[in-house]
Every structure is written in C-alpha cells, then in structure tokens.
Design a protein. Structure first.
Length: 193
C-alpha cells in the first residue's frame, strides 16, 4: 500500500496475466455489489524481463482495498501475496475504455466523465513510437517549452478503422491553446527522429 492516505492510483498485482475480457467482466460484476464508486482497468507492469498482471484502481480510499480484493476473488481473480517491492522503473500498460471528443485536427480530450474539466488530452501521431524514442522526444519537448507543466505517455486506441497512436497529455491547467502549442512542438521534435 502507498504511504499517502489517498493515492491517485493503486495497482493490485494478480497471480498471473488474466485475459483482459475476464478482468473487465469481473470489474462489471463487482461494481454493483459494493456501495462506493471506483474506476478499474486491467493491465500489466513490465520490469526488465518480468510481466506482472494487475488491476489498476482509482478513486478509492485505501480502507476499501481489502474488501475490493475479496470481491475480485469471488470472480476467480487471485492476487499475489503482500510483499514490499523495491522502487523500480517499469512500463505500465492499462486497457481502458473511454470517450474522447475532437477539439482540433489531431487533438482530442477525454470526455469519459466531464469534457469541460478533463485534465487529459490526446495528440494523434502518425506512427507507433518505441518507449525509449518517446522518452527522448518527451524530454526534448519539456526542456524546450517554457511555462508548461504537463505529463505525457504513449497511448494506443482503437476505432472502426483499426489502431491509432497518441501522446496522452495530463495537464491540470490545460487549454486548447496550450494543447495546440504542445502538439506543434511534439510534431517538430518527432520529425527529427
């Protein structure tokens, strides 16, 4: 469990990599049985040569986690026994379903809960980037843009035509103008890779 009382996210590590559909069905089954709201999504945590299955949960008090784990066990989802992990760098992959709205060419915002107050936006890119390349691009953009505080990650989405690649921007003070500036800067830097 995290040190903070109310973390933004918690990762419940499973005993194996369960099929995404099984985890999504388990989430759907658990939600009506509990008296609080939470967000959950299946995923994996990759570290060196190890892939661990997990369920990422959000919007939940730590005091509810043990009960939530018990509910998932009723859906035949088994979790690793409690033990501390040393801090490590890894890649987290989450399978999530959400609604986006186009606000400009190649720029979308997350409207799953509230379009107006969403802190997440998505900048469409033309090709899939490898993580190490993206890290360099992201660092270059962050170091060459003034007065912007944001986080970025790679995202793949599906639509009726297939797979689309995006850079997810998390910015508590996002505006359409800032997104246009970021999008232009990311495209400029990507052109040199």
């Amino acid at each position: 469990m995290p040190d903070k009382e109310q973390p933004k996210s918690a990762f419940l590590v499973t005993d194996m990599n369960y099929d995404t559909d099984k985890v999504i069905r388990a989430i759907q089954s658990v939600k009506p049985r509990i008296n609080y709201n939470f967000d959950a999504a299946p995923g994996t945590i990759s570290h060196i040569d190890r892939n661990m299955g997990m369920i990422r949960i959000r919007n939940i008090s730590c005091k509810h986690v043990p009960g939530l784990i018990e509910e998932f066990k009723k859906e035949d989802i088994v979790f690793k026994h409690h033990h501390k992990f040393s801090p490590f760098d890894g890649i987290i992959r989450v399978t999530k379903y959400f609604k986006i709205e186009k606000i400009d060419d190649g720029i979308f915002i997350d409207c799953t809960f509230d379009c107006k107050n969403s802190h997440r936006a998505y900048l469409q890119i033309d090709k899939k980037l490898q993580w190490d390349t993206f890290e360099k691009i992201y660092r270059d953009v962050r170091n060459n843009i003034i007065d912007f505080s944001f986080d970025a990650a790679l995202v793949t989405m599906y639509d009726e035509n297939g797979m689309l690649d995006f850079i997810r921007i998390y910015d508590r003070k996002r505006t359409e103008e800032k997104l246009k500036i970021l999008y232009k800067k990311f495209r400029e830097v990507m052109a040199s890779y």
